[in-house]
Design a protein around this ligand. Structure first.
Ligand SMILES: [Zn+2]
Ligand SMILES: [Zn+2]
Length: 143
């Protein structure tokens, strides 16, 4: 159990799991709001973020955050503008356009692979003296 301070209402609350920074009440409210916003967006395609914020009584920053987090898509003709952070193409959700996103994911995967190779090389060196290194090497073959 750890004590956290709610980001929204400032109340102290206990939690034994990873929290998003809100107490139970606020996080329930947050989830409700998200569903309300998403619902509203479904029913009113083409609406702007500020209209959603007004209709659902939440702030526009939050709406944009959800869009950026890829929680939902804005419709094609929405006046909310999001642009790919890499090439500047207009996008509907997230931070990157589909092609840049694929590129970024590929690069991340390559980096993860390289890191694994590096680690594996270290494990190989450590095998003779370090048992844990050997175990890690074994684990890899199980996957
Ligand atoms: Zn709270
Ligand atoms: Zn792009």
């Amino acid at each position: 159990m750890s004590i956290y301070t709610c980001k929204k209402c400032g109340k102290q609350y206990e939690s034994n799991r990873l929290t998003d920074g809100y107490c139970d009440e606020c996080s329930a409210e947050y989830r409700d709001k998200y569903h309300q916003v998403r619902e509203y967006l479904w029913q009113h395609p083409g609406i702007t973020a500020s209209e959603i914020a007004k209709a659902c009584d939440c702030n526009i920053g939050q709406v944009m955050k959800w869009v950026k987090e890829d929680r939902f898509m804005l419709s094609e003709d929405s006046r909310v503008s999001l642009y790919c952070e890499i090439c500047g193409t207009k996008i509907l959700s997230g931070i990157y356009c589909p092609s840049c996103r694929a590129e970024v994911e590929k690069r991340e995967k390559d980096e993860a692979k390289n890191a694994r190779i590096r680690q594996h090389t270290q494990n190989m060196h450590g095998t003779s003296t370090e048992r844990s290194g050997h175990d890690d090497g074994q684990m890899r073959f199980l996957h």
